[in-house]
Write a protein that binds this ligand. Structure first.
Ligand code: FRU
Length: 468
């Protein structure tokens, strides 16, 4: 096997993804570059593999490749966050690291409330809690959470977006503004339109790009529509403009799912040292069948995705693996062929591979990975599908996406029990976990047309990824 495992994470443990050392991980939180280091915080239950007792776990890195675990950043130990330190974001202010998060509180009678809170640190490791920042407006349930903060040079003040649920049980996003990050004024709902898209929106994020802006959020309560919205909960992106009045004006009918796979939720963006916008997602989905994930027997559950560079190009939201990650790869093998069938065996379940077709795939394509994942494409419909074994029922299950352009490029990042498949340079990504009993490392690709293609297969370096 390729990488040395630093965590006792068992058969399905991942080696170049951020995983919890034990317990449950969910959303990425507080992503930031601060005083020469990248910080990744994450929702963490250190005492169980269930959704309870949420803390902020914490890792730091100089290069986004080698990570070091540091002491946990925030624990649920105050009256305003005693039932859980929920998701939020980070901002560097006055040379300090400011964390904005949601404090969750449930009393003995089962009444719950939430508070948007602040915690501040000089060194990026030890945080002083400053308590709740404001009261929530009337007309909303207790489900108000996940503050994301950024600075807007056009108006010279800060914005905060917060996921919310209205009293008539509709998902919404509240927008606040502030001149000093301490005093916040409610600006209103993000949308100018009547919203009726699910009963709760979690983890909103506005990413200002040059050409257009992206509004990303994770709605709950959306019904499946053909190939769309087939997971229990979704993460969607809308393109448009975040105005100086704090509204997001969407372009017509451009709502898409950020990820086309099975396991993706609650992403957060941040800015790299050089200005690139990067994004981590949670490689999981709450509730549903997560309680049956076999890693629970090894005392841990869930992971983050690899960091992805995101941008808008030709009006499309694109995601690519952060370029730093290629430094983890080594020993590339290049294979060219123009036959209809090619078979091989990977040397490890952590391999990364690309396939480039000289011309777009002309007919039908089928790929089998590790005897477990099947990727299929039909040039006539331009539909690409990925299927796996449902770990709840043992049946095959499938996700499909009609591509916006004909298939010409695939890039897969495999890590024991996860796959992130980037299609056509990031036009779509399929993210999934899979838990096969088999130890097969087989790879088989078949195409009905004899077409020229080149495959590159990379190994991952032995140098380790997370220092304990
Ligand atoms: C999304 C979410 C957030 C919340 C956090 C709690 O997965 O439900 O809305 O802050 O997880 O862990």
């Amino acid at each position: 096997m390729s990488l040395i495992r630093k965590s006792n994470t068992g058969k399905y443990g991942l080696v170049y993804h951020i995983v919890p050392p034990y317990g449950l991980m969910n959303d990425p939180n507080g992503l930031i570059y601060f005083k020469g280091q990248y910080h990744v915080f994450f929702q963490w239950n250190p005492t169980d593999t269930k959704h309870a007792n949420k803390h902020w776990g914490h890792l730091v890195s100089d290069d986004m490749i080698q990570w070091k675990r540091v002491e946990l950043a925030l624990a649920p130990d105050q009256w305003f966050d005693k039932s859980g330190v929920y998701s939020g974001s980070a901002y560097v202010h006055q040379n300090q690291l400011w964390l904005f998060y949601t404090g969750n509180v449930k009393d003995e009678e089962g009444n719950a409330s939430s508070y948007q809170c602040l915690a501040v640190s000089e060194d990026g490791i030890h945080f002083e809690k400053k308590g709740p920042l404001f009261e929530h407006p009337k007309g909303f349930t207790r489900h108000v959470r996940d503050p994301k903060v950024w600075y807007d040079a056009r108006v010279d003040h800060y914005w905060m977006v917060v996921g919310a649920q209205t009293e008539d049980l509709k998902g919404d996003t509240l927008v606040y503004r502030s001149e000093d990050l301490l005093h916040w004024v409610l600006n209103g709902s993000i949308s100018t339109e009547e919203k009726d898209f699910g009963y709760m929106w979690e983890c909103p994020d506005v990413i200002p790009f040059e050409e257009k802006d992206a509004f990303i959020y994770s709605p709950q309560g959306i019904e499946a529509q053909g190939e769309r919205f087939n997971n229990l909960y979704q993460t969607v992106v809308q393109l448009g403009k975040f105005t100086i009045d704090g509204k997001f004006i969407v372009e017509e009918d451009n709502l898409t799912e950020v990820d086309a796979g099975f396991d993706y939720y609650a992403p957060q963006s941040f800015q790299a040292e050089d200005g690139r916008i990067l994004q981590y997602g949670w490689m999981g989905i709450p509730e549903g069948k997560e309680g049956l994930i076999p890693t629970i027997q090894d005392g841990w559950i869930h992971a983050l995705t690899i960091p992805r560079e995101v941008c808008i190009q030709n009006g499309k939201y694109l995601q690519k693996p952060a370029r730093e990650l290629w430094d983890l790869t080594t020993n590339v093998q290049k294979i060219q062929w123009n036959t209809t069938r090619f078979e091989s065996v990977f040397s490890s379940p952590t391999q990364v591979w690309t396939v480039n077709w000289k011309e777009a795939v002309q007919d039908k394509l089928a790929i089998q990975l590790r005897n477990e994942i099947f990727i299929q494409y039909d040039a006539e419909t331009q539909v690409l599908s990925v299927s796996r074994t449902d770990w709840e029922t043992g049946e095959r299950e499938i996700r499909e996406r009609t591509l916006q352009s004909p298939l010409q490029h695939l890039n897969a990042w495999m890590d024991y029990s996860s796959l992130e498949l980037f299609v056509n340079e990031g036009e779509e990504v399929f993210t999934l976990r899979f838990f096969t009993e088999e130890d097969s490392l087989d790879f088989l690709i078949q195409q009905t047309a004899e077409q020229e293609m080149e495959m590159e297969v990379y190994s991952m370096k032995e140098s380790g990824f997370i220092a304990e």
